[in-house]
Design a protein around this ligand. Structure first.
Ligand code: RB5
Length: 153
């Protein structure tokens, strides 16, 4: 599938390896940076990745900052985005299975490269369980109250 990837400086050191890992799984990666370890602002990268996913240019997004928290807050401001943060394998599975997340956010300062890759793989391989649709639809209703946007499936 098509995946958009973004990190800030805290995630930069592992970005190339994460991109290679995604490609090794057969995915097509759009890399939005950052491209150095120089301090930068995570919302810039969250926005680019979220916009791709929101407009269906990518099916999924991967965002990495120090904690994952800044990225998840910023990405969820974009219509059609359900960005989820995960801190272990179980939550990586649950953001897909229960929340139908289309972006995974991770904290490079709190997990190893191996853990991060493992969580991304689980997230990408896990299917949404339709029995949770009613709750997801309620999230979409909230979103539509406050923005002029078309929904994507
Ligand atoms: C950058 O120092 C740090 O604030 C950022 O990577 C992230 O953790 C924010 O949520």
């Amino acid at each position: 599938m098509k995946i958009s990837l973004g990190t800030d400086h805290a995630g930069f050191a592992i970005k190339g390896k994460v991109s290679d890992f995604l490609k090794s799984l057969g995915h097509e990666v759009t890399d939005y940076g950052t491209n150095s370890s120089e301090s930068c602002d995570y919302p810039d990268f969250a926005y680019k990745v979220a916009l791709d996913v929101s407009e269906n240019k990518s099916q999924k997004g991967v965002l990495i900052c120090g904690t994952g928290i800044g990225m998840v807050i910023a990405a969820n401001k974009v219509p059609n985005i359900r960005a989820g943060i995960c801190w272990n394998k179980e939550t990586a599975q649950l953001i897909a299975m229960h929340n139908n997340a289309n972006i995974i956010c991770l904290g490079a300062r709190f997990a190893s490269l191996e853990e991060i890759c493992e969580r991304i793989k689980i997230f990408l391989e896990t299917k949404f369980e339709e029995r949770h649709s009613k709750r997801i639809n309620k999230i979409t209703e909230i979103e539509q109250k406050y923005c002029n946007c078309k929904s994507i499936k």
